[in-house]
Design a protein around this ligand. Structure first.
Ligand code: GTP
Ligand code: SPV
Ligand code: MN
Length: 591
């Protein structure tokens, strides 16, 4: 499919290492894709779902020990350890190549190596970057065909250039003890072995579009961020774009596809989804910050997705979708997950492949779930009813506001605005959130997760903060920076704010602030809305509740300061002085 010697030499080298029986080039044609689906069904790798209710949809189950990203086995392999920094795991490149080389050796014997040429971003555009993933998994091929623009045309665009990201993935033995997700930013290379789960093996996503891309972005003067992108259309047709960074499983897909509350719909407001997970941002010729979504599909959390929380996501998954680790209703060969509806199937196979008894299902005990809490759908972006007409615009969309957010039961109010870009960078740098099932490890523990990028910055976190500050100086018309928290809870642990579609009410306040239409109250942490400026028309929530949600709890912020200091110390000596100034300022304002 190509005469590119850089590509061919590299594939030869990797094939010598992994020793596949044969090599198959993925051309992106319907015929080849369909043949691969058939093959995967024949081996049990995929289960075909009910073709009437779920046309062209499949279910896949990963190994029980392989259901989420593995942050403790993810490495950034730069020559100098300080370039990876203290937040990343580090291995010297030579050591890592040697160690993983042993694991890859002969790993594809008796198997097929698939060559997937793909583009992150609209192929050939200024924003786009090319990758090639070598994998021995059909599941990976079929997912990459949904999540990226893949096929022969990408090799044509690459021509004889050496400018592509080299990804190697082998399932090997799915051995947890030898699972490694390793990045070599200085070599444009990613090696992933012993996993078959999304974020570990769809190498275009977190590995390339965030870890490698963040490294390239710093070098080349742009940004790769863990952000959704959405457009809010006003009744007069004007559309304003917002990008928002929330940690994994903290509401990006939901916010990106939100349906406005009825009061706004009636007035003619609409919301358009440009992206749900990753944004690449560049300074435009007009001096504004422009964003594209480099992906071509959604790899979304299934549990909790339903007709009320996210009808757009649900509709997106009704055809051409691969489900991973959800439950199978054996009566009609359809899928189910916790939070889809209140009718758990009577005859059901759970995500582990075992018969599941709904009578034993206890909502509070995750081990009794039919679908894994991090079960996912992989669906094409074009299926989304609210996909933005700008989705394929190579220039992207201009960003009016950047929003940070996390899961905080207390400390963070519903919304606040930073004083300026430098303070906004500080607000991003001190983000914290309760951990979720998207990564292996304990769930519900508060940890600092700067810009929702803790697991995804491909270099030293201190340098990453500096890059944010640097970018701010270079953007003539920079977006304003905000922070939201949909997850404040009452004493019984219930969420106070209704969330989901009603989050639109907060976004409208944010855009009103950008437009200079409303005043705000200055507090120690930033500008907080005046209670009357959050529109609660049609909501059962009272003004008192909003007041409570907007409260800045000085005591818990003071407690947080100590934790922030510890975190900055951990990040190390490359934390910019400006951020320490901001920290001092916050401490002084808290009194
Ligand atoms: P990744 O794909 O892992 O990056 O996750 P994400 O940030 O896209 O999260 P997603 O939108 O899939 O939401 C994850 C979980 O948060 C789901 O269980 C949702 O139901 C829940 N959630 C999303 N938005 C809200 C909200 O506004 N309020 C509440 N209470 N829960 C929400
Ligand atoms: C996340 O964990 O932030 C995801 C899913 O979006 S994964 O692709 O596994 O990283
Ligand atoms: Mn994500």
């Amino acid at each position: 499919m190509t005469k590119n010697v850089h590509v061919l030499n590299w594939i030869n080298e990797m094939a010598e290492l992994t020793q596949p029986d044969k090599i198959v080039w993925i051309d992106g044609s319907d015929e080849q894709t369909e043949a691969l689906r058939k093959e995967a069904v024949s081996t049990g790798e995929l289960i075909r779902l009910n073709p009437e209710q779920y046309p062209n949809c499949y279910l896949h189950r990963t190994a029980v020990n392989d259901v989420a990203r593995v942050e403790n086995r993810t490495f950034i392999c730069t020559t100098k350890q300080e370039d990876a920094g203290n937040i990343n795991n580090w291995m010297a490149p030579s050591e890592c190549y040697a160690k993983l080389g042993k694991l890859f050796k002969g790993s594809m014997k008796g198997r097929t190596m698939y060559v997937i040429p793909y583009s992150m971003g609209v192929p050939g555009s200024e924003f786009a970057k090319i990758g090639i993933e070598l994998t021995d998994s059909i599941y990976v091929v079929l997912n990459m065909l949904i999540m990226t623009r893949a096929g022969k045309q990408i090799l044509d665009i690459l021509g004889d250039s050496a400018d592509f990201i080299k990804g190697l993935h082998a399932r090997a033995d799915i051995d947890e003890e030898n699972r490694y997700i390793c990045h070599f930013p200085e070599d444009n290379t990613i090696w992933s072995v012993n996993s078959g789960y999304g974020g570990n093996v769809l190498l275009g996503k977190k590995c390339f579009a965030l870890r490698i891309a963040s490294y390239l972005g710093r070098k080349e003067g742009w940004m790769a961020e863990h952000m959704l992108i959405l457009g809010i259309e006003y009744p007069d047709g004007d559309i304003k774009y917002i990008s928002a960074a929330f940690p994994s499983a903290c509401g990006k897909t939901n916010l990106a596809m939100l349906i406005p509350p009825e009061v706004f719909r009636k007035k003619g407001y609409k919301v358009w989804c440009v992206g749900d997970d990753i944004a690449w941002l560049r300074i435009g010729k007009d001096g504004r910050l422009w964003a594209v979504n480099p992906e071509n599909g959604f790899f979304g959390v299934a549990p909790g997705t339903n007709e009320h929380s996210n009808p757009n996501a649900l509709a997106t998954t009704k055809k051409d979708t691969i489900f991973t680790n959800v439950a199978l209703n054996t009566d009609d060969n359809t899928v189910w997950w916790e939070g889809l509806d209140n009718n758990p199937p009577k005859n059901c196979i759970d995500w582990k492949g075992n018969k599941w008894d709904y009578a034993n299902y206890d909502k509070k005990d995750k081990s009794t779930c039919a679908a894994h809490p991090n079960s996912r759908f992989t669906a094409p972006a074009v299926n989304c009813p609210c996909i933005s007409p700008e989705f394929n615009n190579a220039a992207g969309v201009p960003i009016s506001a950047i929003v940070f957010g996390g899961r905080r039961a207390r400390t963070a109010p519903l919304v606040y605005e930073s004083f300026n870009w430098q303070h906004g960078t500080f607000v991003g740098s001190i983000m914290a959130s309760e951990t979720t099932a998207a990564a292996a490890g304990a769930v519900g523990v508060v940890r600092r997760d700067p810009m929702a990028m803790r697991p995804f910055v491909g270099y030293n976190m201190g340098d990453y903060f500096a890059h944010w500050l640097e970018m701010g100086k270079k953007i003539p018309h920079a977006p304003k920076i905000f922070h939201v928290n949909w997850f404040r809870t009452d004493d019984e642990g219930h969420f106070i704010w209704p969330g989901f579609g009603d989050n639109m009410r907060v976004l409208l306040w944010i855009l009103d602030r950008v437009a200079g239409k409303v005043d705000a109250r200055e507090t120690a942490i930033g500008y907080v809305p005046n209670v009357d400026d959050i529109n609660i028309e049609g909501l059962s929530v009272t003004k008192e509740t909003i007041t409570e949600l907007l409260d800045v709890d000085t005591a818990s912020w003071k407690q947080d300061i100590e934790n922030i200091k510890e975190f900055y110390k951990l990040v190390g000596d490359r934390v910019p002085a400006e951020l320490y100034d901001e920290l001092k300022g916050l401490e002084a304002r808290l009194g």
